[in-house]
Write a protein that binds this ligand. Structure first.
Ligand code: GLN
Ligand code: ZN
Length: 756
């Protein structure tokens, strides 16, 4: 029985790759230094896999920036604007990834990798572009691994996934390039064939509904060609890897691809095993994705052993491989680095290094030598459940007692609008999304307090001074609805996680988000509850300084869930409901403290959406319910806002409408208000604040530009529904940028108001 992982995180235990990349970009180190670090990291990762006793070490999983970009370069699909970037391969590579500021060439677009928090560089297909294939880093890595005595399994992203995720420019259809793409892949496979006995070709697109029908029709013939190329190369074979969902619609294609083995994700698709086994042709091997590549929790060995038993009894042990569900890219590196976690939580955890060892355990168990491992695992998981802060009876009782009435405002939207007239807001009210510039002084204050170098009292005085300064500037600017500015918040999720029961934080649990950027998500390990009010005093103080309404600022339950590592012993919907109840209390406390406009940010609602329509529908049902549970405990006269920083709403407008927020602010300056069209066609009845300028850019927009955008917006939406605000929070901007931009925004609003 063979064992393997689909990939190991590139970053390193101490984020060595991040440091190496950033010092190279600064010009402090050479290309030689960077390559040296990259090689050392790969060798260390192969060492972990060999030490764990896995049958293969994976190559081609490591990338200096992104594997989709590596694939694009292998195919030669380089957009024409980079022609000026010179011949040096590394310079060109990073120009594609990050843009070339000196030549004013924008980077390739980045977007989320399926429903993960990892971002890849989107292939751009230009009409009639001539592609010159380049070398894929997997070749050199596989040679190096072999030379070092490892047994490599090469991992590459498959042609159908690459094409399905590509974007055609100026009307180009990526699929017209299929034959050319397949020819380059065949050449790569022939070269790899002499280096590796197994090649993992990844087609997660088969678990989605994103593969066009015409492309699906060509899959079987295409894979026959790729398998023929592999056969020419010798004794190697292809393992077709699917992940991030069950195989449903495309199961026949995956099962009959002609590849020697098929990998399935049993974490995201636990119910697919029987259907897959039944569909699998004779001799085809099955790789079982048992160890979750996307979380930090130990595998339930009994459950995994049951899957293995079923597969082995149907296929025989020789035809079964044990594997991670997907690449371990999405989990942190090594639990051994965590020295501060409480024992009962750490005992339940497994990071990438530990996940490799789990596969060896599962193999021992499958071979009947692991009774003690099985028992120890069961005892650990049971112990965790018995711990008083994993299951909190009062939280469970309250969550079970949620009634439909708790998911609805007292009155419908129109009546609420009347009731909110007392706020005396002008037409086209101006506001901001919440955060104001996080100055060095603010950061230093928070850090000093965190390190114990500043007393609680001094810290409160310092933050209050920031709030007062922020309110004063907003008054000067003449904004209508003010905010306290979020100076006390490091991050919109961490701030709440640190104050809620059921959360803990790792020291080193970093996960790559894109390029050299990593995130360290909070961990939800137990039942979530609010210990005390979290934002009320800051909001109350801010309101005490002004006659204008101050908008309270909270992060919504779905966003807190999506940006955390979530316990796997409770359905996500249940965890979300617990968070919702905690934030609901904060909402009603804010109202009681005299805060009558409350914004609940749901920046992650859309990205948390599963990949298939059926799963997405289930998700949107409980996700919107959680928002409703959070936001509906208030009187009609209190105005609920939400904010979402993206501009693709078509698929989720019904869900947005069901959220029943009085006001929603969205990103839209870059799309020229086009997205409002969708709101109009949908007859969206709520108030909308389409962002009138892009806060991601340091550029200060002129009043004229914003006048133009507001006039456009008024073509789509009635003046009684329109708000004026930037695209998102201002925390990454400097005051020198934020202040004049808002000055222009208010001036633009005044100019448009007189036209109404
Ligand atoms: N209130 C948050 C802020 O202004 C919202 C951030 C976000 O949506 N990403 O920073
Ligand atoms: Zn935003």
């Amino acid at each position: 029985m063979r064992t393997h992982i689909l990939g190991f995180p590139s970053m390193g235990r101490q984020r060595e790759l991040k440091q190496a990349l950033e010092s190279f970009w600064r010009g402090d180190t050479s290309a030689h230094d960077l390559t040296g670090t990259a090689h050392k990291l790969q060798e260390a990762h192969w060492g972990v896999q060999r030490e764990a006793g896995l049958s293969y070490v994976t190559t081609g999983d490591f990338s200096l920036y992104d594997r989709m970009l590596d694939t694009s370069l292998m195919l030669g699909a380089v957009p024409a604007r980079f022609a000026a970037c010179g011949k040096d391969a590394l310079t060109r590579y990073f120009a594609l990834a990050r843009g070339d500021a000196s030549r004013n060439i924008p980077a390739m677009e980045m977007t989320k990798w399926f429903d993960t928090n990892y971002h890849y560089l989107v292939p751009e297909i230009e009409p009639d572009a001539v592609w010159t294939p380049g070398e894929h880093p997997v070749l050199e890595a596989s040679k190096r691994a072999t030379a070092l005595g490892f047994t490599p399994k090469a991992a590459i992203i498959g042609p159908f996934t690459w094409l399905a995720l590509a974007k055609g420019q100026n009307g180009a259809d990526p699929w017209t390039r299929l034959d050319e793409v397949l020819a380059t892949y065949a050449a790569l496979l022939e070269q790899l064939g002499s280096l590796c006995s197994c090649i993992q070709i990844e087609e997660p697109i088969l678990c989605t509904e994103l593969l066009p029908a015409a492309a699906a029709e060509r899959f079987t013939e295409a894979y026959a060609g790729l398998n023929a190329a592999v056969a020419r190369a010798g004794s190697t074979s292809l393992l077709l890897a699917t992940y991030f969902g069950p195989l449903t619609q495309h199961l026949p294609l995956a099962a009959n691809s002609g590849c020697a083995a098929l990998h399935i994700d049993l974490v995201r698709g636990p119910n697919q095993l029987d259907a897959v086994v039944a569909a699998l042709p004779e001799h085809t091997a099955l790789s079982l994705g048992l160890v979750n590549g996307r979380n930090i929790w130990k595998t339930d060995y009994a459950q995994a052993a049951n899957f293995i038993k079923r597969a082995v009894s149907a296929l025989g042990a020789d035809r079964v491989l044990l594997a991670s569900s997907c690449s371990l890219l999405h989990s942190p590196v090594d639990l051994a680095e965590e020295t501060d976690l409480p024992g009962h939580i750490k005992n339940r955890m497994a990071f990438a290094v530990q996940k490799c060892a789990e596969l060896a355990d599962l193999k021992a168990i499958a071979q009947g030598q692991g009774a003690d491992l099985l028992a120890a695992n069961a005892a650990l998981l049971a112990e965790a459940q018995a711990h008083a802060d994993t299951v909190v009876t009062t939280v469970r009782e309250r969550a079970a007692a949620v009634t439909p009435a708790m998911l609805a405002r007292k009155s419908p939207r129109a009546a609420r609008k009347e009731a909110q007239n007392w706020l005396r807001l002008p037409l086209l009210p101006t506001t901001t999304i919440g955060s104001f510039p996080q100055t060095d002084h603010i950061r230093k204050t928070r850090l000093a307090f965190k390190r114990g170098q500043m007393s609680q009292a001094d810290y409160e005085t310092a933050i209050k001074a920031e709030i007062a300064g922020c309110i004063k500037k907003q008054q000067e600017l003449g904004l209508d609805v003010l905010v306290h500015g979020e100076a006390e918040r490091n991050d919109m999720v961490e701030y709440f996680g640190q104050q809620l029961g059921g959360f803990c934080f790792t020291r080193n649990g970093w996960v790559q988000s894109y390029g050299s950027r990593c995130v360290k998500p909070p961990v939800i390990y137990g039942d979530v509850y609010r210990k005390a009010p979290m934002t009320v005093e800051w909001a109350r103080y801010a309101q005490s300084l002004t006659q204008k309404p101050v908008k309270g600022m909270l992060t919504g339950p779905v966003t807190i869930l999506c940006w955390s590592f979530v316990r796997d012993d409770l359905p996500r919907s249940e965890v979300c409901r617990q968070i919702a109840l905690a934030i609901r209390d904060e909402v009603t406390d804010l109202e009681a403290a005299g805060i009558h406009i409350i914004q609940i940010d749901e920046a992650a609602l859309r990205e948390g959406m599963p990949l298939t329509a059926a799963e997405a529908a289930v998700y949107l049902q409980w996700a919107v319910d959680a928002f409703l549970l959070t936001s509906t405990g208030v009187e009609d006269r209190t105005q609920i806002h939400t904010h979402m920083c993206y501009s693709e709403f078509n698929a989720i407008l019904p869900a947005i409408a069901r959220m029943d927020a009085d006001v929603i602010s969205i990103e839209s300056s870059r799309s020229g208000m086009e997205l409002l069209d969708a709101f109009t066609r949908f007859h969206y009845e709520g108030e909308v604040g389409p962002g009138v300028y892009d806060i991601h850019s340091p550029r200060i927009p002129t009043a004229d530009e914003m006048v133009h955008l507001l006039r456009l917006a008024l073509k789509h939406i009635d003046k009684s529904q329109l708000w004026v605000n930037p695209d998102c929070g201002l925390k990454t901007r400097r005051w020198e940028e934020a202040y004049p931009a808002l000055e222009n925004m208010v001036a633009a609003t005044l100019r448009v108001r007189v036209e109404l």
